[in-house]
Ligand binder design. Sequence first.
Ligand code: ATP
Length: 226
Amino acid sequence: MYFGGTFDPIHNGHLQSALCAGQLLNVANVGFVPCHITPHKDQPRTSSQHRLAMLECALKTIASNPTGMNVHVEDYELKHDRSSYTLHTLQYLRQLHGANTPLFWLIGMDSLITLDRWYGWQQLLQYAHIAVVNRPGYLAPSDGVLGHWWAQHRASLRDIAGSACGKCILLNTEEMDLSSTTIRRLIEQQRRCKETSLQITQLVPQAVAEYINQHKLYLTSDTEKS
Ligand code: ATP
């Protein structure tokens, strides 16, 4: 299973979703895929190097997780100085794993509802299954092109057993109301209130909070220049 994201910064919602999804899908490996140049969102606040370093810190903290799953960074997008399109990444991953290996690309519900704006979105299922985790405040698409596509391709865990790609699956994972935006805002607010200690340790792994502190990340607001 692979999980793509900006990870600006990686937070406990990402980690919990990935571990729960991996468990439900019964996968042995979870690859986190940090994007380099985001085609669908504003450019990340921090450099790819900082986002990668925070991801590595976070993965160390879950390396010996109770599920026994192996977690690692897949740096394909970071190595290519162009827009990070999931379609290109999936084409690479399919080639890497061969035609018959089941592959899952994990996304949150907020990403699913904008999927029809992704480059080559209707080709994605040729290379992987799309696994979706719920996110508070977002409902599955029910109408329009995307609603139709979702209804057409949605399958159960049993339906997809052993198949390599081609279906969407909604995973019943515990929801966590947390985003990178919340964390960035929290840090910026604390800076304005002149608080010195970071209060984000419940939201990101301790090592990530320390990295943010050490490198003085996110001290300006999303709308100010860093
Ligand atoms: P931002 O607030 O900057 O938009 P984010 O918290 O949404 O960031 P991303 O790195 O953009 O994080 O998300 C990567 C993937 O993780 C997306 O598919 C997103 O839907 C999913 N995701 C992020 N946070 C959660 C969460 N709390 N629960 C489930 N999925 C999540």
